[in-house]
Ligand binder design. Structure first.
Ligand code: ADP
Length: 905
């Protein structure tokens, strides 16, 4: 420290420093200390000895006990530190340091230390050093500020360094805020303090009024409160204050007496000048970046042309866009190559004119990567460094041009659409409460034969059919009050014919709600109107047809709920037209019919939507109605059945007649079998008669044992049971069939048929074989199926007897078999009676076809049998086996299989 100070003195005086320079004469107070050989203090004398702490009277202390700062040299014995200059800092009684300098000399078997007070000099040197350190610090920070990016952080660091070095409680930099005011840019406060003073004392507005060239001490509150002082150092540039360095609660004269006003101003400038410079730089960089970004976003950039060198300089990002080398200027010839050939001539002329001072703007196409792109070139002449220069902008307008082209195309399309549309587009101006036609599309002529100017001369109402004028005026009124209107009226064409027009118009208003004009569209709906009228007429005709039809016509949903029923059906159902909707057909069907109905509907598909059936309706207060029913399903887009249309014809009479026919043939069959049956009945009677004759004869001749009598009576009873079984079955078989079909076990029909024919077959010497498996139920009439089987068996018997008469060796056989497969029941009757002549096969089921002698055959048996099986939704067919005929009945099985078993015989 002392050395640097000496060095400074030397520099200032330009001569070597001497010891007397160090000791000002007025301060040559001395301190003499006697030490023994080991260095212990023996005595202190001189004026300064009174100021030492501890008091020098105490013996046996080392020299180190008096020092404020330890001196390592003193750890050796005095002989080690003699003959050299000693700088020692003693502790004063008031705690302050006492800087001394002296020499150790040998004296009286000990040592003598002679020291002089140099405190004042050391203090000054310290001031210089602190000032120098401070200036170095601010210089270093200012240097860092010139290159750092973290400007706010660095400023705060600088302020912190200054606050700690100068013991400033709160230090801040205030900058202009751009609105003629001041704001804090950055601050640092020692722990426990805050810059509340800035807002509290409204420093910003106060600074605006100040104009100082050097530091100023501002009193913030009362002058007595030192902590409320503000030491403010302005920074001036271009003759005005640009920044303030503010030290709040700071007494500069006390805390930094070594700094004068100029030095404070210098410190302030060292901090704020680079800061302001950097801030301006940053602002400028930002502006440039924004400008560049804007240019790139807008695809716009500058360009310059040097007419003398014939060179273009273009903004770098534009060079990239134009696929030109980034480094070079572009020659005029290269630029012309870039232009689309069609634009080159005009550009050359304009460039020449611009060189003569005339600005220009031209839209050109530039070839970039093989594609043409629209640009707008602007250029104007300038004088730069006394030389003419052309500057301007290049703007990418490709999108704009494209939009323009698209808009033009759309417009052209729209215009051609308007002109070629079958609709007439018109515009009417609103003038003083009236609508005046101003525009009609060209379709006016093609639709009505009028030219726009012919219609524009008159009001549109003049062309409207007199009967429709009220409608027309009402439409105009609605348009003016509500803004939109749609109406139909007839309008006259050039040939004085009237066309039905659909007029849809909209009123346009200005920003104050006042009507401006009406835009409308008139469509010629003459054809459509006529078609609608025709359709209405035709609908009415069909409605009458349906309503008055002698057939029942209805529509119903898949759940059988009626949606429509014509008059006849509503009459049958005893409901009114209004009540029809919601009534279910299921109410009029038996359980069997209902399930058949549902089954039938489930078979309807979009490809096969039609079904026919004979249904029976149980109507209120009348006998069941047999109806031939034709249905057609209606399906939605997904192919789901949504409704059924049906037409029904009353078939009750036919049904009854058919039943009557079945009954008649049945009765005829019984009649035919009468002989056989009489024989059948005779058998038990004969047995009973013999038993009775034998019993009576025995009783007359000898006594009869009770066992003998019982035996005879039991025999008679068994024959009675046999006879009554035959009679009972005949009785049942002879009854009329039930009206409706019902499910039954087909084996019962086989059993019934056999009970009536077994005897006749056996008597005829025919071997009967029965092959039957358990069968599911079928739907129909049990007695009718039995009738069919009897007919087949009787026919087989007749054929066999006939054949046996020709072939006496024949062993006549009949096989009855029953099977079930593919949800069908199959019954077969086969014989070996020679079969049917092939040419007769096609007619065998025809009514009245018979080969039997007159009086024996009716020719109705097979025809009726065929009808019965058909009614059961089944088939009856015949084929020749080679030995005889094979008749096959196939009937659909009911879903529930029967568990009844029939023993094979
Ligand atoms: P009918 O028995 O009164 O003649 P059908 O309609 O029952 O009337 O029979 C018609 C004809 O079919 C018979 O006359 C006979 O020629 C022929 N026919 C029927 N069944 C057989 C059979 N099993 N073998 C040969 N011919 C038969």
């Amino acid at each position: 420290m002392l050395k640097s100070w000496l060095h400074r003195i030397q520099k200032e005086t330009d001569r070597p420093a001497t010891e007397s320079d160090l000791i000002p004469s007025s301060q040559q107070d001395s301190l003499n200390i006697r030490l023994d050989g080991r260095g212990l203090v023996i005595q202190c004398s001189g004026q300064l000895s009174r100021e030492l702490s501890p008091a020098p009277a105490v013996a046996g202390r080392t020299l180190g006990d008096y020092l404020l700062a330890p001196a390592p040299l003193l750890q050796e014995t005095p002989s080690a530190w003699s003959n050299q200059c000693l700088d020692l800092c003693f502790k004063r009684k008031n705690g302050q340091p006492l800087y001394t300098r002296g020499w150790l000399t040998q004296a009286d078997a000990g040592w003598r230390l002679t020291l002089t007070d140099i405190t004042d000099i050391v203090g000054k040197v310290s001031f210089y050093e602190r000032k120098a350190q401070l200036l170095t610090y601010t210089m270093r920070i200012a240097e860092a500020m010139r290159s750092s990016r973290q400007l706010p952080e660095l400023t705060r660091e600088l302020l912190e360094g200054l606050a700690l070095r100068l013991r400033i409680p709160c230090i801040a930099i205030a900058l202009e805020d751009g609105n003629d005011g001041w704001s804090l840019y950055q601050h640092y406060c020692l722990p426990g303090t805050t810059p509340h003073w800035w807002d509290e004392y409204k420093i910003g507005p106060r600074l605006s009024k100040l104009d100082y060239s050097g530091p100023v001490l501002l009193s913030l509150d009362t002058a007595s409160n030192a902590s409320e002082r503000l030491w403010a150092i302005p920074y001036r540039a271009q003759n005005r204050i640009c920044a303030w360095l503010l030290c709040a609660g700071y007494h500069a004269a006390q805390e930094a007496p070594y700094l004068n006003s100029e030095e404070w101003t210098h410190i302030g400038a060292q901090i704020t000048a680079p800061l302001l410079h950097r801030l301006q730089e940053q602002q400028h960089d930002q502006e440039v970046a924004r400008y560049n970004a804007l240019q790139q976003l807008q695809n716009v950039g500058w360009w310059e042309y040097d007419p003398q060198l014939e060179l273009f300089h273009i903004a770098p990002h534009l060079l990239r866009t134009l696929a030109l080398p980034a480094t070079e200027a572009v020659s005029l010839s290269r630029w012309l190559e870039l232009l689309a050939p069609a634009d080159r001539g005009e550009f050359r002329i304009r460039l020449t004119e611009a060189s003569a001072g005339k600005s220009f703007s031209q839209h050109v196409r530039l070839q970039i990567d093989g594609e043409l792109r629209w640009y707008r070139l602007d250029m104007q002449a300038q004088i730069r460094e006394q030389a003419p220069c052309l500057v301007g902008t290049l703007l990418d307008i490709q999108d704009l041009k494209q939009q323009q082209t698209e808009a033009q195309t759309a417009n052209t399309r729209l215009e051609s659409l308007v002109d070629s549309a079958p609709a007439i587009i018109y515009v009417q101006h609103y003038v003083e409460g009236a609508l005046k036609p101003v525009f009609f599309s060209a379709s006016l002529y093609s639709v009505l034969g009028w030219l726009p100017e012919q219609v524009q001369q008159e009001s549109m109402a003049a062309f409207v059919h007199p009967d429709d004028r009220d409608t027309f005026y009402q439409c105009t009124h609605t348009l003016l009050t509500e803004g939109v209107a749609s109406c139909r009226y007839r309008i006259r064409d050039k040939q004085h014919d009237y066309h039905w027009m659909l007029d849809e118009a909209r009123l346009l208003r200005d920003q104050w709600g006042q009507p401006i004009e009406v835009v409308g569209l008139c469509i010629d709906i003459t054809d459509a109107t006529i078609a609608t009228e025709r359709l209405r007429d035709s609908e009415e005709r069909y409605r009458v047809l349906v309503e008055d039809s002698p057939a029942m016509i209805c529509r119903y949903r898949p759940d059988l709920t009626l949606t429509f029923a014509n008059a006849l059906l509503t009459r049958y159902l005893r409901v009114t037209q209004e009540q029809t909707q919601g009534v279910s057909l299921a109410l009029y069907l038996s359980a069997e019919q209902l399930s058949a109905f549902r089954e039938r509907l489930s078979t309807l598909t979009p490809l096969n939507p039609i079904a026919n059936a004979e249904i029976c309706l149980h109507l209120p207060d009348r006998e069941p109605l047999w109806v031939v029913w034709a249905e057609r399903g209606i399906f939605d887009d997904k192919g789901i059945l949504c409704e059924v249309q049906a037409v029904g014809r009353d078939n009750s009479e036919v049904y009854k007649a058919r039943l009557q026919l079945y009954q008649s043939t049945k009765m005829a069959m019984i009649g035919e079998m009468a002989t056989t049956l009489a024989h059948e009945m005779n058998q038990p009677l004969n047995v009973m008669r013999i038993a009775l004759v034998n019993l009576l004869r025995r009783m007359e001749t000898q006594a009869c044992s009770p066992e003998y009598i019982k035996n005879k009576l039991e025999r008679i009873e068994s024959q009675i049971v046999r006879a009554s079984r035959i009679i009972e079955h005949m009785r049942i078989f002879g009854r009329r069939s039930a009206l409706e079909k019902y499910p039954f076990d087909p084996q019962k029909a086989i059993e019934g048929a056999l009970s009536l024919t077994r005897d006749t077959l056996e008597q005829s010497g025919i071997e009967l074989t029965i092959k039957v498996v358990p069968l599911p139920q079928v739907c129909g009439h049990l007695d009718q199926l039995e009738q069919v089987l009897i007919n087949l068996l009787v026919n087989a018997r007749d054929a066999l007897l006939q054949y046996k008469s020709q072939q006496p060796t024949l062993n006549p056989q009949v096989i009855i078999s029953a099977n079930c497969h593919d949800h069908s029941v199959q019954l077969q009757v086969e014989d070996n009676g020679g079969g049917i002549a092939p040419h007769q096969l096609p007619e065998i089921f025809e009514p009245f076809f018979t080969t039997k002698p007159a009086g024996q055959g009716t020719g109705l048996g097979l025809s009726v049998s065929h009808g019965i099986i058909q009614q059961m939704q089944g088939t009856l067919s015949v084929e020749n086996t080679g030995k005889g005929a094979l008749f096959t009945i196939v009937i659909p099985a009911e879903p529930q299989p029967t568990t009844t078993m029939l023993a094979k015989t």
